[in-house]
Design a protein around this ligand. Structure first.
Ligand code: NAD
Length: 477
């Protein structure tokens, strides 16, 4: 596959000539050597995106034709699903079945926003006086999309699909661990007939390429998904040019099991809530809050399931726990496991590094019981397959514990009491609450955070609006 920068529908090496290695975390094999973009390359990509944004070819394209291009891209992506999913698994380490879900979701996201193109209109408003006053939603301009390594293509799609649908152009900076599916997406968009410069991909490091994109005066908005600490840095760097921002940041999401829940379903939900995606999921249910009356029962059942959830070859159909993304991430997760033990939490399952066929950066599915809300493991995002179990005595305490976090991305509630389910869903300060389910996403449902989990939303009509400026036009009658 092509491993150069994708700018203006052409492939080009980095201006510096530098390249960086991409490694398969499950086998430790070298996968590719990719062009390493920096400020000079970001400059070229932004110029291409700006020229396209101003061009008659893009600005003059009707909304319906823009939609047709996105539908075409969705069809092409769907036809290359096996290849794309395989590439995602090779660079990220996640089981192949998860990558297939990721690619299918991206197809759905593209189709959802393709459908919006010719249905997203303005409105007239009833002002005082003799005027016709109407509101237009105009594309913001050039979007810098900066994404993490956990759902490399899928999260990029949460940005490029609504941005292109709104009539913006895009410069995508994928995570340096996982640039390959983004590059393949460039090829697909070009084949779909997107004009040169509408979609560009510049792989590189955050501190160079990423930072240059955020500071660039000709970029109108940054749509970022990643850690809260990098999000804070981006807010500072964006201030100089008063850039619009969408920030999807970290999480420490509570998954709450009440004693009136269907316990077997709740245990399954707790398991997928933390171990799907090896726990490298922003919305992972990493804090399991359980009613003390059923806690031992829940922990016992969960630990039994967890011991069967063995790290495996991501290409094996039966594997449900892949490799974490890198050695660095494995070390960070293991350090949190050590801290949890030192701070007095009880290790119930897992807790160690693992290999598959003697290779790879795996971590066992790990559960800690007897976690206090003040412990590091209850407060900080680990971003790995590590669950912290905390007990509560009543609904009020459950809500207080759930909200006792600087994050507010998502939450789960397991209860058969419909009144309680709604009460708790309303009381939790998070952008998504799942009741008797977990980790559900749909292009139509906005996703994003409260508090330090960020602001702005991906997905839904809300995201589309986020790629537009609102203009009021007054006509004296
Ligand atoms: P990260 O913040 O380290 O990196 C994310 C992206 O930002 C990468 O492309 C990186 O190169 C770039 N970057 C780093 N420094 C930068 C800088 N100074 N300027 C501009 N760009 C810079 O995150 P990660 O380790 O790749 O991903 C894990 C984090 O992402 C977790 O905190 C997770 O919760 C979060 N995440 C959030 C969501 C969400 O929707 N809220 C979804 C997935 C992941």
């Amino acid at each position: 596959m092509r491993t150069d920068l994708f700018i203006g529908n052409e492939w080009a090496p980095a201006a510096s000539g530098r390249r960086f290695d991409v490694q398969n975390p499950a086998t430790e094999e070298l996968l590719a050597s990719v062009a390493e973009g920096d400020a000079a390359d970001i400059d070229r990509a932004v110029a291409a995106a700006r020229a396209c944004f101003e061009s008659a070819e893009w600005r003059g394209l009707s909304a319906r034709k823009r939609g047709a291009l996105l539908f075409k891209a969705a069809d092409l992506l769907a036809s290359r699903l096996p290849e794309m999913a395989e590439l995602e698994t090779r660079q990220n380490g996640k089981p192949l079945f998860e990558s297939k879900i990721d690619v299918s979701s991206t197809v759905e996201t593209l189709r959802y926003y393709a459908g919006w193109c010719d249905k997203f209109g303005g409105e007239t408003v009833p002002v005082d006086g003799n005027f016709l006053t109407y509101i237009r939603h105009e594309p913001i301009g050039v979007i810098g999309a900066i994404v993490p390594w956990n759902f490399p293509l899928n999260i990029a799609g949460w940005k490029f699909a609504p941005a292109l649908a709104a009539g913006c152009t895009v410069v995508l900076k994928p995570a340096s661990e996982t640039p390959l599916t983004a590059l393949l997406m460039g090829e697909i968009f070009a084949e779909a007939g997107l004009p040169a410069g509408a979609f560009n991909v510049v792989p590189g490091h955050g501190s160079t390429a990423g930072s240059a994109l955020v500071r660039h005066p000709d970029v109108d908005k940054i749509s970022f998904t990643g850690s809260t600490s990098v999000g804070q840095r981006i807010m500072q760097d964006a201030a100089g040019t008063v850039k619009r921002l969408t920030l999807e940041l970290g999480g420490k999401s509570p998954n709450i099991i009440f004693d009136d829940a269907d316990i077997a379903a709740a245990v399954r939900g707790a398991q997928t809530g933390i171990f799907y995606g090896k726990g490298e999921v922003c919305a992972a249910g990493s804090r399991l809050l359980v009613d003390r009356k059923v806690k031992d029962q829940v922990v016992e059942q969960l630990a039994a399931r967890c011991r069967k959830l063995l790290p495996g070859d991501p290409f094996d159909k039966t594997t449900r726990l892949g490799a974490v993304v890198s050695k660095k991430q494995q070390e960070s997760v293991l350090e949190y496991i050590g801290t949890a033990s030192n701070e007095g939490a009880t290790l119930v399952a897992g807790g160690k590094a693992a290999t598959v066929n003697g290779k790879g950066f795996f971590v066992e599915a790990t559960i800690f019981d007897d976690v206090a809300p003040t412990m590091t493991i209850a407060r900080e995002e680990i971003f790995g397959p590590v669950l912290a179990v905390l007990a509560f005595d009543d609904e009020e305490e459950a809500v207080a514990l759930a909200n006792q976090s600087m994050y507010g991305l998502a939450a789960g509630v397991w209860s058969r009491d419909i009144g309680r389910a709604h009460r708790v869903a309303h009381a939790i300060r998070a952008g998504t609450v799942w009741v008797n389910t977990y980790n559900m996403y749909d292009p139509a449902a906005p996703f994003g955070g409260y508090k330090q989990s960020g602001f702005g939303r991906d997905l839904g009509r809300t995201a589309l609006e986020g790629y537009t400026e609102t203009k009021s036009v007054w006509i004296a009658l």
